[in-house]
Design a protein around this ligand. Sequence first.
Ligand code: HEM
Length: 314
Amino acid sequence: MELLEVLHSLTSVTLLGAVLFLLVLFFFSRSRNLEQRKEPPGPRPLPLIGNLLQLDFMKPHITLWELSKKFGHVFTVYLGPKKVVVLAGYKTVKQALVNNAEEFGERELIQITKSSGGHGILFANGESWKEMRRFALTTLRDFGMGKKISEEKIIEECQNLMEVFQQYKGQLQEELSSVIGSRQVRVEDRKNLPYTDAVIHEIQRLANILPMSLPHTTSQDITFQGYFINKDGKFVKRDAFMPFSAGRRACVGESLARMELFLFFTTLLQHYRFTPPPGVTEDELDLTPTLGLTLNPSLHQLCAHSRDSIEGLI
Ligand code: HEM
């Protein structure tokens, strides 16, 4: 009996010793690993939940931007147990997506995308992505993306939209009135409408509709800006004007989207002035967006004043 107790306590001591030894070994090798490979820094994660408590889920892109001020342009956050390397700032994002396009050009399969089996172009990788991207670009080109034919279609849509409203004149429209008058705006007019074009860019910058772009994953281990990044993937946080991203996964609909933005915006502003509803000042307008995969405007009322000053509530 005594022998058994001695053996038992010896086993416990040995076991405890072994666990301690392994822990020391783990932390020692981890810190040596970190030193040798210099992984991107980041806020200290908690077991299992990682840094989730530090992220504001209503505006995660803002939290990540704040963290980048403390940890630099390349840093790590743990979304639960999932390690994510965040790239912040135009130069860093461009260096990764354009200069290291191969290594950073894979898409990360996140949970919501797994339901679709990861088969759509957005979340595919490898040969199937290449094929789908080639197909998407060819099809969009065949439909005349960026060409006259899509311009005609967009103009038709604008005119349908116009039927919902009536005609008017307002402030930003001075440029439109003097350059275009009452004729239909065409894409080629863009170069003669610098103010209007600048306003569209500013709106896109402010609206920031895909604030964290889409998650990428690295296709191979890479040392980037002095930091070792393994194949775990990352979110991209953009700073400079890159709403369509850059590199091999950049938006395939960019020229179509730019055409639509320009024609819809100019045609609407050519005919309407938009204000808050009666009794609401501009300062009182709540511009907080609703977060989904994209940032969307929250539901709100707006007045469209027609050129004839007929008011309509949209
Ligand atoms: C203002 C409108 C739009 C914005 C701001 C936008 C932005 C973006 C961004 C940021 C990405 C991620 C790029 C990356 O992962 O690095 C993307 C991907 C993509 N966009 Fe757009 N997009 C717009 C409109 C469109 C339109 C109209 C189409 C289709 C005609 C389209 C099709 C795609 C596709 C297929 C991808 C995935 C490309 C790939 O993974 O290879 N987008 N877009």
